[in-house]
Design a protein around this ligand. Structure first.
Ligand SMILES: [Zn+2]
Length: 312
């Protein structure tokens, strides 16, 4: 992408603000990637990054626009995507006068920006009743939805939010800005590593492949004039800005590894035997890791567990 804006200030030292389209930016370095759409209605922010980076994210947004932040859309309940919710929302201003979108008073939570997510994100952020919530109420989504597709029309373009019900978790959303032609994918797409499939939180390999297919189907590549390098841009949950072909390759990689694991399961191999036979071979150099929070073996195990009993 074109020029890189550097945000001054110590806390913001590691943030990068990348122009994606004339009215669309990506902020990297604040946890998960953040998408920023700017227009006459204000600012729509997809994901708020980690809690530690929230002040720097607000400063970065104010550096590129004087418009108020109106909406945060969360792509999952992961702390590196929702951690900044309270601070970023408070820095903004609700679009609603009178009654809020979910029947809430306009001054609910001080009149900050609205926070939109699928229902499961609110459930996870508010926690089970009778127990302390993992997040303060200011960080919770103010509007949720449970249908497959939620839409808005802001800043002169349609914004579609697609629930992916069992991919990285059960609460993933991908966000498509139709006129900007940008998709913010969240953690169903991570160019740095194998996709994180959190089986305990409702993630599954089949849902992960379905989510990648949804990205492929939503995006349009630069054809027939390939040399123009145009086409839909996809902002992954982590890593670099991609085009449709990048997602096709990633989907194929995930599908090939799924097929290998399924074949080994059909042969009756145990999880340990499957890990030992290296079903991710050919992709480990690019996406794998032996250490850290999401190793190659973690990925293989998640694929195995989410297919368990279904690979016959
Ligand atoms: Zn993430």
């Amino acid at each position: 992408m074109a020029a890189l804006l550097t945000v001054s200030g110590l806390a913001a030292a590691n943030l990068e603000v990348l122009p994606v389209r004339p009215n669309f930016y990506m902020i990297a370095g604040a946890g998960g990637n953040i998408g920023i759409q700017i227009g006459a209605d204000g600012v729509v922010v997809v994901d708020s990054g980690s809690a530690e980076s929230a002040d720097a994210v607000v400063a970065a947004i104010k550096k590129v626009t004087t418009q108020p932040i109106r909406y945060i859309i969360n792509t999952s309940a992961d702390p590196d995507h929702v951690g900044g919710n309270a601070i970023v929302a408070k820095a903004g201003q609700t679009l609603f006068t009178g009654n809020g979108g979910a029947g809430l008073a306009a001054n609910f939570l001080g009149g900050g920006a609205s926070i939109l997510s699928v229902e499961q994100v609110l459930t996870r952020m508010s926690g089970p009743s009778g127990k302390p919530s993992p997040y303060p109420v200011e960080a919770w989504p103010t509007e949720t939805f449970s249908q497959p597709r939620k839409y808005m029309y802001l800043n002169g373009e349609g914004i579609e939010v697609f629930h992916q019900p069992a991919a990285h978790t059960d609460g993933d959303a991908i966000v498509f800005f139709r006129r900007s032609d940008v998709v913010v994918a969240g953690d169903v797409f991570d160019t740095r590593r194998f996709p994180v499939i959190d089986v305990a939180k409702g993630g599954s390999i089949e849902g992960e492949i379905a989510a990648l297919q949804k990205l492929v189907d939503t995006a349009i590549p630069s054809v027939p004039i390939v040399s123009r390098e145009e086409g839909t841009l996809i902002i992954p949950g982590h890593g670099r800005i991609c085009d449709q072909l990048d997602v096709v390759e990633y989907r194929d990689m995930v599908t090939i590894i799924r097929d290998r694991i399924r074949d080994l399961m059909k042969q009756g191999l145990t999880l340990e035997q499957i890990k030992a036979s290296s079903p991710a071979r050919g992709y480990i150099h690019r996406y794998g890791s032996d250490t850290g929070p999401w190793t190659t073996n973690d990925f293989v195990e998640a694929v195995y567990r989410s297919m368990n009993g279904k690979a016959q």
